[in-house]
Design a binder for this molecule. Structure first.
Ligand code: 5GP
Length: 203
């Protein structure tokens, strides 16, 4: 019964521009014990992004070395760049009993879910496609071509929504944050996560 405690893994996905970073930053502020997995990417840093904080920024040969050496739990190509999650970095946290949150796109979420089917999948959607488009243009960080690619990708990603366990509408950041915190809390109460607390006598 005294099984060692491990942390819980959860995945958040959502189209580019849905406000995921803002929502996740607030989730982390309210759950400072939660570990946010910093991904590896070959995308160039945006203004203000810090290596090791927002992403580990690496070049293509280094990313391909990580793939070849099996260092990634999952990876995907998104808008022409690689993005991936280090298996070692998150497993270290989970083994210490720390809950881990991944912000990854739909291909990566499927890979993780196939490998670890207990992982809850949360999808954040914008109130409408128009709002998403306005947010991407309003951000002013990407070129027209990049924005169009991201909107096309968003249309594709929305088709994956039925595969997700939870759907959160980011109409207001506080609502989306509250919902995600509730989901994480409920997931942590699952019997299989707490069965070690119960002494069941053998019949
Ligand atoms: P952005 O370039 O806007 O930071 O991220 C683009 C997309 O890549 C987002 O949908 C984000 O969720 C996804 N992403 C970030 N890190 C990872 C990762 O490690 N693996 C996968 N599969 N997707 C990721």
């Amino acid at each position: 019964m005294n099984k060692p405690l491990t942390g819980n893994l959860a995945i958040v996905s959502g189209p580019s521009g849905v406000g995921k970073s803002t929502v996740i930053a607030e989730v982390l502020r309210r759950r400072p014990d939660l570990y946010f997995s910093v991904s590896f990417t070959t995308r160039a840093p945006r203004e203000g992004e810090v290596n090791g904080v927002n992403y580990h920024f690496v070049d293509v040969p280094e990313f391909e070395r990580m793939i070849a050496e099996g260092e990634l739990l999952e990876y995907a190509n998104y808008s022409g760049n690689y993005y991936g999650t280090s298996a070692k970095l998150i497993d270290e946290k989970l083994e210490q009993g720390i809950d881990v949150l991944l912000d990854i796109e739909v291909v990566g979420s499927k890979i993780v879910h196939d490998k670890r089917p207990d992982t809850p999948l949360i999808f954040i959607i914008p109130p409408s496609f128009e709002v998403l488009s306005q947010r991407l243009y309003g951000r002013g960080t990407d070129s027209e071509e990049v924005i169009q690619k991201r909107l096309d990708r968003a249309r594709e990603e929305l088709k994956e929504v039925p595969r997700y366990d939870y759907l959160v509408v980011n109409d207001r950041v506080e609502n989306a944050v509250d919902e995600i915190l509730s989901i994480l809390r409920a997931e942590g109460c699952r019997t299989k996560k707490r069965i070690h607390l119960v002494e069941i006598e053998e019949e």
